[in-house]
Design a protein around this ligand. Structure first.
Ligand SMILES: C[S@@+](CC[C@H](N)C(=O)[O-])C[C@H]1O[C@@H](n2cnc3c(N)ncnc32)[C@H](O)[C@@H]1O
Length: 234
């Protein structure tokens, strides 16, 4: 990984903001990811993220913290927050912005236990593929304290396969429709392609059942997105 995402965050943080990140997928054309969005504060966050922050309590693990906006908000409320990201640039920016416990690490290497685990801005993306979901969920469950909760958002992207007549062109022989090849470029450089998973609520719920997690749909967003709360089944 070249960490172009982290480089973009560092540029913005260091007042070198000249370009946005460009993304595309195997089923969609180029789109811009505006860097200021990655530095949004509470009032500019989507309602689902605000809801997740309102529900967070106790010790918190912010997984894939990016520029640290969610961590900072909770830290300022007096909660203990540990923030991790595989992007070194993201962790540098989080530290500069005042996140107290920020570390370059993958979720799969985490071993401490928490009352709240946050995975926000399509948190299921980190699972990459449908076939990896139970591995990630089993690990996340092992990081929960008694009565702990995982707050995760995602979208059902079936709408992206609709043609003008409302028909669907999903290839039923292909992988799960939410599993996308994701391309990112910044300042003319291309990042190593990655797989990014959008998971509809029912599929997430079924996967949770298989690993002994209860999955509740806390709130629906404006565009097929939702916030789920995962807790250990009785
Ligand atoms: C879509 S961004 C969201 C950033 C931030 N949560 C936000 O809402 O602005 C996803 C983040 O997850 C990080 N990430 C991807 N895989 C990860 C993993 N296995 N463990 C920890 N972080 C990961 C990426 O580097 C990126 O910063």
């Amino acid at each position: 990984m070249k960490d172009l995402f982290g480089q973009a965050l560092l540029d913005y943080q260091n007042n070198n903001y000249t370009e946005d990140i460009i993304t595309s997928t195997n089923i969609s054309d180029e789109d811009t990811l505006p860097l200021p969005y990655l530095f949004r504060d509470y009032k500019d966050m989507p309602k689902l993220e605000q809801k997740a922050l309102n529900l967070a309590q106790g010790s918190v693990l912010d997984v894939g913290c990016g520029a640290g906006g969610h961590s900072l908000y909770l830290q300022n409320k007096g909660l203990f927050v540990k923030s991790i990201d595989i992007s070194e640039g993201a962790i540098s920016v989080s530290k500069i912005r005042g996140v107290n416990h920020a570390y370059t690490a993958s979720i799969l290497d985490e071993t401490e236990q928490f009352d709240t685990i946050l995975l926000l801005m399509n948190g299921t993306g980190i699972f990459q593929k449908l076939s990896y979901v139970t591995k990630y969920l089993t690990h996340l469950k092992s990081l929960l304290k008694t009565n702990g909760q995982i707050l995760i958002d995602s979208s059902d992207i079936q709408y992206m396969y609709e043609d003008e007549d409302g028909g669907l062109w999903i290839d039923t022989n292909a992988n799960y429709y939410g599993e996308l090849d994701y391309y990112l470029s910044y300042k003319g450089e291309k990042e190593t392609p990655l797989t990014w998973l959008y998971l509809d609520f029912e599929t997430l719920k079924t996967a949770c059942l298989t690993v002994g997690l209860h999955c509740e749909n806390i709130q629906e967003g404006d565009h097929f997105d939702y916030l789920a709360k995962l807790t250990i089944s009785e």
